[in-house]
Design a protein around this ligand. Structure first.
Ligand code: ZN
Ligand code: ZN
Length: 360
């Protein structure tokens, strides 16, 4: 059999010898010149949609993969045996003083999954950058925001230290998000008397950050919506969402009254941990809300606690020496927590004529 292209006598594939098959068939085609639209204020470029990049190589590789379509490209240091599973790519980048990049690329693979003839194909092309402001940067610098993240605490205002630490933490979480998703930015921060507010470019990121903070510091996350205008482009009403992270008033170190006992809060992150000497109770925050509503759980103001020391303790009798008055007062044995011993420092609390003690 003779090749219809070169006339050589050889085993043929579709009427062509191996050499002619490799010449006639192509892996995919590429243009000689590409205009790449990139943002002049952030590292993102447009290839159908806007995406971020770190190096020019990221753009070159995405562009080649887009042109290769379904063929999977693998970028190599050196060519390996040709594979049917993917096309191997070697390329070099050159920057020209005229202000564009030249790419010299070679591809090695098969144009057809059943073909046994590897194709080595060069594609040289140029990348010309065109700079503009990407949609997310124009929104960011235009003061656009989609959601507000508010951080508050039940029962009191946030301290300056708390506000500073949330400012640093939310800023770094937002920067982390912006690396993958360019709407993750903060447009504005408002320090308020009661807490701190962040205007954010994306509702999705706002919720994600609120959940991340909640898993670290506990509290509840709630959302509310407010109509803020009409989006002509989308032809629908626009809502702005406020996501509130409300931290619990049950902070570590505070004292609470629960189950006819006085406790010190030992932890309040994902669960409320109450301790007094050897005793411990662990409540999830749903339970906390329920108990609080039923008034069986309540905070005790530290000013109502007086320091003392267990002066004597036996099976049916207990006495506390008050540190402020040096007076010794009796205590119901049932009100002494397990693990408490004579000589231990305590805080004493009186409620409805009954005295309770807790580890300080
Ligand atoms: Zn031939
Ligand atoms: Zn941008």
């Amino acid at each position: 059999m003779f090749c219809y292209r070169c006339g050589k006598e050889a085993p043929l594939v579709g009427g062509l010898c191996r050499e002619c098959y490799a010449k006639e068939h192509s892996l995919f085609s590429m243009a000689e010149r590409y205009a790449v639209v990139a943002c002049k204020t952030c590292d993102s470029f447009q290839l159908e949609e806007w995406m971020s990049f770190e190096h020019v190589e990221d753009i070159v590789e995405r562009l080649m993969q887009k042109e290769a379509g379904k063929l999977k490209l693998v970028f190599m240091e050196d060519f390996d045996e040709p594979r049917h599973e993917y096309v191997q790519v070697l390329y070099a980048l050159t920057y020209y003083e005229e202000g564009y990049w030249g790419v010299q690329a070679r591809f090695l693979g098969f144009d057809d999954p059943f073909s046994s003839i590897p194709i080595l194909e060069p594609h040289d092309f140029e990348l010309h950058f065109k700079f503009t402001v990407c949609p997310s940067c124009s929104k960011k610098y235009g003061g656009y925001y989609e959601a507000v993240l508010q951080i508050r605490r039940d029962g009191r205002f946030l301290t300056k230290e708390e506000k500073d630490s949330f400012l640093a933490e939310v800023t770094s979480l937002s920067e982390e998000e912006t690396r993958q998703f360019n709407m993750g930015f903060i447009t504005q921060v408002r320090i308020r008397k009661e807490g701190i507010d962040f205007q954010m470019g994306s509702l999705k990121v706002t919720k994600k950050i609120a959940r991340a903070l909640q898993s670290r510091y506990g509290g509840t996350v709630s959302e509310s919506y407010r109509l803020c205008g009409f989006d002509r482009q989308a032809g629908k009403e626009r809502y702005r969402t406020t996501v509130v992270l409300r931290l619990s008033s049950y902070e570590e170190g505070r004292f609470v009254f629960f189950e006819e006992r006085l406790w010190k809060v030992a932890g309040a992150t994902d669960k409320l941990i109450l301790r007094s000497f050897a005793e411990e109770r662990v409540l999830d925050f749903k339970k906390v809300e329920k108990e609080q509503a039923a008034t069986s759980l309540s905070l005790v103001d530290e000013a109502c606690l007086t320091p003392g020391m267990i002066a004597s303790l036996d099976d049916d009798y207990a006495e506390v020496l008050m540190m402020d008055t040096y007076e010794t007062i009796p205590l119901s044995r049932a009100c002494v927590p397990e693990g408490a011993q004579q000589g231990d420092a305590v805080r004493l609390y009186e409620r409805d004529g009954i005295r309770y003690i807790v580890s300080p």
